[in-house]
Design a protein around this ligand. Structure first.
Ligand SMILES: [Zn+2]
Length: 144
């Protein structure tokens, strides 16, 4: 993040709400509220998972196809035949993306609320402790 006055990199003095920082060049302080709040940067919360939707009968049913079109913005305006093509490439499942653990719970709830089965697999990666990761799927979680 950069200073609003001089553009230099800021140093965070608090990485939890309220988030505060100070400019490393001109000393200008700043503060803000993260929404959603920044993750507690414990290693446990930063474990990364691959999130998939698993088809109940090995391939996407009509209901699952319709649910995926509601869930994934990219599929909403795509013809159903094209969505089916995209969803049929995986072996019995469709990989949505990777998320750190602190975002996974909400995402799994969102997937389940559409009547779909979410599958989680740890990737073995740990996100960098001093980075607040850009959540790939957060807009879905926040669009509830
Ligand atoms: Zn500055």
């Amino acid at each position: 993040m950069n200073c609003s006055l001089c553009g230099a990199e800021v140093s965070f003095t608090s990485e939890q709400n309220p988030i505060t920082w100070v400019c490393s060049r001109c000393g200008e302080p700043g503060a803000g509220i993260g929404d959603p709040p920044p993750p507690l940067l414990s290693p446990e919360n930063l474990v990364e998972f691959e999130v998939s939707v698993t088809w109940k009968n090995g391939s996407p049913s009509l209901d699952e196809l319709a649910a995926m079109r509601r869930l994934v913005p990219e599929f909403a305006n795509m013809p159903p035949s094209r969505v089916r093509e995209r969803l049929s490439t995986g072996a019995g499942r469709y990989v949505l993306g990777r998320q750190p653990k602190y975002l996974v719970v909400e995402l799994v709830e969102l997937i389940a609320s559409h009547g779909l089965i979410a599958t989680l697999e740890p990737t073995g990666n740990l996100l960098r402790e001093n980075a607040i990761p850009e959540p790939l799927l957060l807009r879905w979680a926040s669009s509830k």
